[in-house]
Design a protein. Structure first.
Length: 428
């Protein structure tokens, strides 16, 4: 059944520029498969006459906006958010691997999957590219929970067959067979997608990386996700383990793990050759600023990414990241962009930050026109935002003289209180 919502409406055009209708109308209807999609969007005055058959739900003072897309997050790290450590490698050893060990138990995986998806939706995140653990049961649990909620979600079994403790370390042949089995069972089912997931080069043997690359070639529309160039100790370690590769990023290229739909978290300690390689292979960076600030990893070079023009978007990286909230991530990205002592500093426009967490993130995932926007044809994952959710935000948004000022007020002062409703595109 066709439905319409009348409120302010935020979308993005093909160039990534914001389109804002103060009195907007969003019209959604099921497609041939029954999935709800946007069929019309724009100013109420222009759109309403085209749909005389529907009575819109009126949402005065609210903003309709695309659901946020989180390009990199770990569902098994939900409970270790905010675990302090002296940088990435001690954090993995002392908190992350012990926590992930528990996901061998299906019941634990299922329980945390529900908590994780509740948190995403509460914070307005409608799609995430998500790490599970090395245990296939963790992948089954998350896919099953997302499927019940009809969410678009991408995840995969972590591949880590060395330099990892008992309990999370897997075995090369078995890990690749398990991956292919999970691809067959889940990839493309309803709104679910599979990501081939080597944790990072230091915890995989050459044989495992080679096998992952072969799977990525054989299943060309799957995603690939990993980590790269996050922390200087990690970079040094990767360079020692793979001396034949030109750089840490080059390891992934050497094993066939850079292509469209490949997404690497962090991408901080890069040179321009790395950036050119990202561009040439249409590989995307998942920029995770709260995590990078929390773990003291470094500052992503937004100027370098824009100059070389390679795909990138925003991510929480929970549990290294400190918040599920896209508002917190966008604000941290602004801080990181401003930092001008270790790399060029710049001021990311509020609409640019927002794009990097919606339509830009969708583009980086190869999902333009499917999610991350409210243009006709997009799946109807959207948010109802309340720009007066707190007293100070209400003052700031009432006094905003432009769209950029309004978006910046939400980014600086907003959190889950702004998310009044998260709507998932349903089927039937
Ligand atoms: N590098 C390898 N594993 C991880 C992880 O779980 N989190 C982060 N932030 N970096 C990693
Ligand atoms: Fe991560």
């Amino acid at each position: 059944m066709k439905k319409a919502y009348r409120a302010s409406l935020l979308r993005f055009d093909d160039a990534g520029q914001p389109v804002f209708d103060t009195d907007g109308l969003l019209v959604v209807a099921p497609d041939a498969q029954g999935r709800e999609r946007v069929v019309d969007a724009g100013s109420h005055g222009a759109v309403q006459p085209r749909h005389p058959d529907v009575a819109p739900e009126h949402l005065p003072g609210r903003i309709l906006a695309p659901g946020f897309v989180d390009m990199h997050i770990h569902f098994p790290q939900t409970d270790i958010i905010g675990a302090p450590a002296d940088g990435l490698l001690p954090w993995l050893e002392n908190y992350t691997f012990p926590a992930e060990t528990r996901f061998a138990e299906p019941a634990h995986s299922a329980e945390v999957a529900e908590v994780f998806l509740d948190e995403l939706l509460r914070h307005g995140v409608t799609t995430s590219l998500t790490f599970a653990t090395s245990h296939p049961a963790s992948v089954d649990a998350l896919f099953a929970a997302a499927q019940r909620r009809q969410m678009r979600l991408i995840t995969g079994k972590v591949l880590q067959d060395r330099h990892s403790p008992d309990g999370v370390r897997d075995e090369t042949e078995r890990s690749l067979a398990d991956t292919e089995d999970l691809i067959r069972r889940w990839h493309g089912v309803d709104r679910l997608g599979y990501a081939i997931t080597p944790r990072f080069a230091p915890t995989s043997t050459e044989a495992q990386l080679r096998g992952a690359g072969e799977l990525a070639a054989r299943h060309a529309d799957t995603w690939i996700q990993s980590h790269v160039a996050e922390n200087k100790d990690e970079v040094k370690w990767a360079r020692e383990l793979f001396p034949a590769s030109r750089s840490y990023l080059g390891v992934y290229d050497d094993f066939g793990l850079m292509r469209e739909r490949a997404v690497y978290a962090h991408c901080i300690h890069f040179d321009d050759e790395d950036r050119q390689l990202m561009r040439a292979t249409r590989t995307a960076a998942a920029v995770s600023p709260t995590s990078n600030l929390f773990l003291g990893s470094g500052f992503f070079d937004f100027e370098g990414a824009q100059r070389v023009d390679y795909l990138h978007g925003l991510a929480s990286d929970v549990g290294g990241g400190t918040s599920f909230s896209p508002f917190h991530t966008m604000l941290a990205a602004y801080y990181v962009g401003r930092e001008g002592q270790t790399k060029p500093g710049l001021s990311l426009a509020p609409s640019r930050l927002w794009w990097l967490h919606t339509a830009g993130a969708a583009q980086a995932l190869g999902l333009t026109g499917t999610i991350g926007n409210l243009q006709p044809g997009c799946e109807a994952d959207f948010l109802v935002l309340d720009p007066s959710a707190t007293p100070l935000l209400a003052r700031k948004s009432a006094n905003a003289a432009s769209l950029e000022e309004l978006l910046f007020a939400l980014i600086v002062l907003g959190d889950d209180r702004v998310i009044e409703r998260t709507v998932i595109a349903r089927a039937g």
